[in-house]
Design a protein around this ligand. Structure first.
Ligand code: HEM
Length: 463
């Protein structure tokens, strides 16, 4: 075991790892390029390590599937989300919603929200996924007749935001005039920006700080809309078959209580935060990899043409769009939108043989786990065959975790996979997406794993 942290390695089996320099240890390196630095130190120190980030405070990072399983599943009760800074920063927007809450409160909310993500409910959204995509085609067809490279990532982001608005509370967020879409977009950008700043949590507590003021103003605007919709529905007694409708009807089995307006607000904004950018980032990477891997693209087109025979895709087509799903799974392996997961150890624990003190900050990285050559030979190669039927059984379950795992696994995973499969099939049926040949497609790790410079693309009509 390599021990760069002198003085404190004695009876307990402390982890190896970088101490960095000065007061802030490794904080500067992390801030400059978080994913590069994490990858680099795991290459140097192995699957389990700790890094000093301030005085003698340490963060702990694990990437082996056994550690993922222990932390997310076997001993999950010991690992909470709060008060990890990466969670606290989401709170102005997401409040005590599913993504950020813990303990009994989270458990009750998860139980109440679960039926909204039932298969039949997702099936009822399939048409919205497809119709919202197809509605853009005429505009895209006009673009396809020019030689212009345009920001296809922005089109995909607008598409998933529109879908989030429609499926969540039957609001159409399309159109430049829409204030909700803009307020959400600005709030999202502000949080993204803040998350790379060292004193972000501190500035968020100062009400007159410019970024805090802006964030609160946008959040207020979103809140007003959400409360407006809730009040209107309570007043009219109207029941809608959207996610908000399901959440408003949900009742606790034991107490018979429903969610308060504040809880509904937190859950709705959480679902917007968690649900729309992740899916659009997945789609951007997917179209990038298709363009760079022509044999995969041709096989995907052949499947889509064969299964759909010229009609638009439906929920019933999903089991037959097998290769499409393999391409999605492989994209989520090489570029998992949620590239790190954070936890807070409540009690001391032993993970993969190493001691973790109580009240420690932990990082897991689906991105690094998905690139461990032991489980993923030639990890950088884009190869959807890794997800061919039967292949999953050859790897440990926690070698692949784009949606996390254990009780806190993404509640929207079937929603996202259905949405991504139907959008991909609809687009591939009509267009070939050509990516600017010199685009370096570097990763830009923000709240999600974005592509630096977006996805400059041209569309070619296939028929
Ligand atoms: C490709 C798309 C998506 C990816 C990669 C993704 C990834 C994840 C991951 C990794 C987690 C676990 C976080 C952790 O353990 O710390 C998570 C949680 C969550 N996701 Fe997703 N997600 C996606 C789409 C969605 C969608 C579409 C929705 C909702 C419509 C959604 C709602 C949530 C919520 C509410 C949680 C918190 C669940 C809980 O703790 O109970 N996600 N997501």
């Amino acid at each position: 075991m390599k021990t760069t942290l002198a003085g404190d390695i004695s009876s307990k089996n402390y982890l190896p790892g970088p101490a960095g320099r000065g007061l802030f240890g490794t904080a500067r390196e992390f801030q400059k390029a978080p994913l590069d630095y994490l990858t680099h130190i795991h290459q140097e120190y192995g699957d389990s390590l700790r890094y000093r980030f301030f005085l003698n405070w340490y963060g702990y990072s694990f990437v082996h599937p056994d550690a993922n399983k222990h932390i997310l599943q076997d001993n999950n009760a010991n690992y909470t989300k709060q008060p990890h800074p990466s969670i606290e920063i989401l709170k102005p927007l997401a409040g005590e919603g599913l993504l950020t809450s813990d303990g009994d409160f989270w458990r009750k909310q998860r139980r109440l929200a679960q039926p909204a993500f039932h298969r039949t409910q997702i099936a009822s959204f399939a048409r919205t996924f497809v119709d919202s995509t197809v509605a853009r085609f005429e505009r895209w067809a006009v673009k396809s007749r020019t030689d212009e490279w345009f920001a296809f990532d922005e089109e995909l982001m607008a598409l998933t935001l529109e879908i989030a608005g429609k499926t969540l509370f039957s609001i159409d967020l399309t159109g430049k005039a829409d204030q909700v879409g803009h307020a959400f977009d600005r709030a999202n950008r502000l949080i993204t920006d803040l998350s790379s700043k060292p004193f972000a949590l501190f500035t968020l507590r100062i009400p007159f700080w410019p970024s805090t003021q802006k964030l609160f103003a946008d959040t207020q605007q979103l809140e007003d809309v959400v409360y407006g919709v809730i009040n209107e529905r309570r007043r009219s007694g109207e029941q809608k078959a959207d996610l908000l409708g399901m959440l408003m009807e949900a009742r606790d089995e034991e107490t018979g209580d429903g969610m308060s307006d504040r809880q509904l607000r937190d859950e709705v904004l959480t679902l917007m935060v968690a649900g729309h950018e992740t899916t659009s980032v997945l789609l951007s990477w997917l179209f990038y990899f298709l363009d760079r891997n022509p044999e995969v693209q041709e096989r995907l087109e052949a499947e889509v043409d064969r299964v759909l025979s010229g009609r638009t895709p439906t929920f019933e087509d999903l089991p037959h769009l097998r290769y499409t799903r393999q391409v999605i799974d492989e994209t989520l392996r090489v570029r998992p939108a949620a590239y790190i997961l954070t936890r807070w150890a409540q009690q001391a624990d032993t993970v993969c043989g190493y001691h973790i003190p109580a009240q420690s900050a932990l990082v897991l990285s689906p991105y690094i786990t998905h690139h461990l050559a032991e489980f993923w030979p030639e990890p950088e190669r884009f190869d959807p065959e890794r997800f061919a039927p039967g292949k999953e059984a050859e790897r440990p379950r926690y070698a692949y975790l784009p949606f996390g795992g254990g009780p806190r696994q993404c509640i929207g995973n079937s929603f996202a996979l259905t949405e991504a499969t139907l959008i991909t099939a609809a687009i591939v049926q009509r267009f070939r997406v050509r990516v600017e040949p010199n685009h370096p497609a570097q990763m830009e790790p923000q709240i999600t794993l974005r592509m630096k410079g977006g996805l400059p693309a041209r569309l070619e009509e296939r028929r």
